[in-house]
Design a protein around this ligand. Structure first.
Ligand code: HEC
Ligand code: HEC
Length: 325
């Protein structure tokens, strides 16, 4: 009798514990689940499903330095959450010849780790950091939900302040309207401080929760002299390798990754205007593409589009004959 009761109590405790364990996985940090999805989609090809070296299908095809081990706790624990965030979300530098930074001169300096700053929302990137933490048995310390709540609260406050100021403005504008004068709608284009603050609060929340959406691109003018084109092709090769790390995902000849298609016949297959649009904003043509928007500037995109137009390798199914020139 006694023994049976103990068993019941014990099994009740056991099932409670199991429930709690499941609960903390499922509800504990919803960001981890979201981050896992995103990681598997965008990162695992290079970093491996568990973050280990030579686990992802692209790992062995990448140029050096290849991805380090994200499951290595000793090394990864030296990085703060914010540092991991910054790695995934770095800014592209301005490398305009003469006035900008040198190509490859970057705090992070490994161009084949693509930035996702221009592709995913901040909230999604935090979710990815939360998941990356689990790969080496740690937990995200940053409270993402609280950050989001603070932005939502700030927006609500800004909205209230704006409403109030509008009511006051309307009340004071009343007599003028009644006078029936050819009343210019006063202050229509000048924004009140409350309106400016409201727009800022809206933008801050949108940046946090929504993926970046660049404005539609104008048609690029890709006409240049032959001499300028040759110069640009040289520059573009360096942008391709050392700034944007296109070779981490694309192959030219024997070298480069296999996340995207080989580009050595791009000159035959692809129209430079199309390439320009694609590389500046791939998601506008294919929302779910694995190719990130790398924040390519207009002149860089032009140079790279023209460089790709020069790639005219022979068909791979034909015996490769080395061109004599
Ligand atoms: C095209 C291949 C590629 C893709 C895709 C990629 N990475 Fe990387 N990643 C690299 C390379 C190369 C490095 C630099 C070598 C290193 O430090 O591991 C790197 C570095 C890192 C580091 C820094 C590790 C350290 O020790 O400082 C983190 C963290 C990271 N990547 C996370 C991610 C996440 C998360 C994603 C997806 C959102 C991702 N990477 C997508 C190739 C890639
Ligand atoms: C993280 C990997 C990744 C990086 C980095 C990357 N790409 Fe891509 N790229 C892809 C994938 C994947 C596709 C296939 C698009 C699809 O169908 O979603 C693609 C498609 C393309 C295409 C179209 C190819 C075709 O045959 O249709 C071009 C051109 C291209 N990329 C150029 C570039 C250039 C230039 C860079 C560097 C500025 C670059 N890519 C960086 C993954 C990447």
């Amino acid at each position: 009798m006694m023994k049976k009761r103990v068993t019941i109590v014990l099994s009740a405790i056991a099932s409670l514990a199991a429930l709690w364990a499941i609960g903390s996985v499922v509800w504990g940090n919803p960001y981890v689940a979201k981050g896992r999805q995103l990681y598997n989609y965008y990162c695992a090809g290079c970093h491996g499903a568990h973050g280990r070296q030579n686990e992802g299908y692209n790992w062995g095809h990448m140029p050096d330095p290849r991805p380090k081990d994200l499951s290595a706790k000793v090394e990864m624990s030296t990085l703060k959450d914010e540092e991991i965030f910054a790695t995934i979300s770095r800014d592209m530098k301005d490398t305009t010849p003469e006035v900008g930074d040198k190509i490859g001169d970057d705090e992070f300096a490994v161009p084949t780790m693509p930035t996702f700053k221009y592709t995913l929302s901040e909230e999604e990137i935090w979710a990815i950091v939360a998941y990356v933490r689990t790969l080496h048995g740690m937990k995200l310390q940053v409270d993402v939900a609280a950050q989001k709540k603070a932005l939502e609260d700030a927006l609500q406050k800004a909205q209230q302040a704006y409403e109030q100021s509008r009511q006051v403005a309307e009340a004071t504008a009343q007599p003028v309207a009644n006078a029936g004068a050819a009343a210019e709608p006063a202050g229509q284009d000048a924004q009140s401080p409350e309106e400016v603050a409201l727009k800022q609060a809206q933008l801050a929340l949108a940046n946090f929760t929504a993926r970046p959406k660049p404005a539609p691109l104008p048609r690029p003018d890709l006409t240049v002299s032959e001499e300028a084109a040759a110069k640009q092709a040289e520059l573009a090769k360096r942008l391709y390798m050392n700034k944007y790390g296109c070779n981490g995902c694309h192959r030219i000849g024997e070298e480069g990754g296999i996340v995207g298609p080989a580009l050595d016949r791009a000159g035959f297959r692809l129209n430079p205007t199309w390439v320009y649009r694609w590389i500046r904003y791939p998601q506008s043509m294919k929302p779910d593409t694995r190719m990130p928007n790398l924040g390519i500037s207009d002149p860089d995109a032009k140079a790279i589009a023209m460089y790709l137009a020069t790639l005219r390798a022979p068909r791979p199914d034909k015996p490769i004959e080395r061109a004599s020139n």
